[in-house]
Design a protein around this ligand. Structure first.
Ligand SMILES: [Zn+2]
Length: 321
């Protein structure tokens, strides 16, 4: 039994997860935007989960936004959490709880969770994209996270998708012409929550969040359906780029925006089929939405420990120097 924590810019969530994929209730709470406050939140949440876990806890897994160094289990210079820059969270938690600690990029953890116990359960090779505040990715090969040549793993949200939108791909309303990664035209800028929200507002919906148009979608609003069609086509274009590189049979979609999957899947498939009209074998066999996007990364962190116990060669404690 393991404790899985998902630490994001504004929230922190956690629960226990068994080696078989069972899990307890998840209690989200807001995260103080200071290092001390975050330490206290982490300690309190882990103590709470540990007290409720039905079996002894054997490790703590932390899925979080980065960039981070999963081997040294520390944050690097983060994109949206400057208070955590260089924080050696692994050492801090190991010292406090005397349990092994593992840390992964949240999207890569989500990918691992999806191929283990999510929408792609049992799949050996897949690309999983998380659509939310940003666009995250995880590439799974032979059931494990593929690290590429970067020790952080590939960051597929930053492949070039086309000029504009001329806006930061970091969250918010910044008018900076570039993405947080220093490039322009990243997939993230086209597919993140803010990009969807921009379309929602431009179409005249009185919405604070893209989810506010769910009711309109259910009632068949033409404008709402049009937004989903455009979003789906953007996603289809993006997946076609990834598919030319990886060519996996299975693609997973997680993250908060994956709940729109029933509405954007037609546009997505339409664009993929159109682009691969002469190369049908490039099409993925299936594109599966997560049955429970809130759980993807939490399941994935338990899976990290399960793989280790089975002799995974991905990471060894001695690499943490
Ligand atoms: Zn970028």
């Amino acid at each position: 039994m393991y404790i899985s924590i998902d630490l994001g810019g504004t929230n922190i969530r956690g629960t226990w997860v068994s080696a078989g994929g069972d899990y307890g209730p998840v209690r989200p709470q807001s995260r103080p935007r200071t290092l001390e406050g975050t330490k206290q939140s982490l300690e309190a949440l882990i103590q709470d989960v540990q007290a409720r876990a039905p079996e002894p806890v054997r490790g703590i897994g932390l899925a979080t936004a980065g960039p981070l160094d999963h081997r040294r289990r520390m944050y690097l210079t983060t994109t949206n959490m400057p208070e955590l820059n260089q924080f050696r969270v692994g050492e801090f938690l190991e010292h406090r709880f005397s349990l092994p600690v593992r840390m992964e990029n949240d999207a890569q953890a989500a990918a691992l969770g999806e191929v283990w116990a999510g929408g792609l359960a049992g799949t050996a090779d897949a690309v999983v994209i998380t659509l939310g505040t940003g666009v995250g990715s995880g590439v799974i090969m032979n059931h494990e996270i593929w690290r590429a040549g970067h020790f952080t793993g590939p960051e597929l949200g930053h492949v070039y998708l086309g000029p504009g939108p001329k806006r930061s791909c970091a969250i918010g309303t910044s008018t900076l012409p570039s993405c947080g990664c220093g490039q322009v035209g990243c997939a993230e800028a086209w597919l993140q929550k803010a990009a969807l929200m921009e379309m929602v507002v431009r179409c005249g919906f009185a919405a604070q969040d893209p989810k506010d148009i769910f009711g309109d979608l259910e009632q068949g609003s033409r404008d709402a359906m049009r937004i989903m069609d455009i979003y789906g086509r953007r996603l289809g274009l993006y997946l076609s780029v990834l598919q030319v590189v990886f060519g996996f049979a299975d693609i997973g979609i997680s993250g908060g925006l994956s709940t729109f999957f029933p509405y954007f899947q037609d546009g997505m498939w339409s664009t993929l089929r159109h682009r691969f009209v002469n190369r049908e074998w490039w099409l993925p066999r299936r594109i599966a939405p997560s049955p429970e996007p809130e759980m993807s990364a939490l399941l994935g962190m338990a899976r990290v420990f399960v793989l280790e116990s089975r002799g995974s060669t991905d990471w060894k404690p001695e690499d943490a120097q």
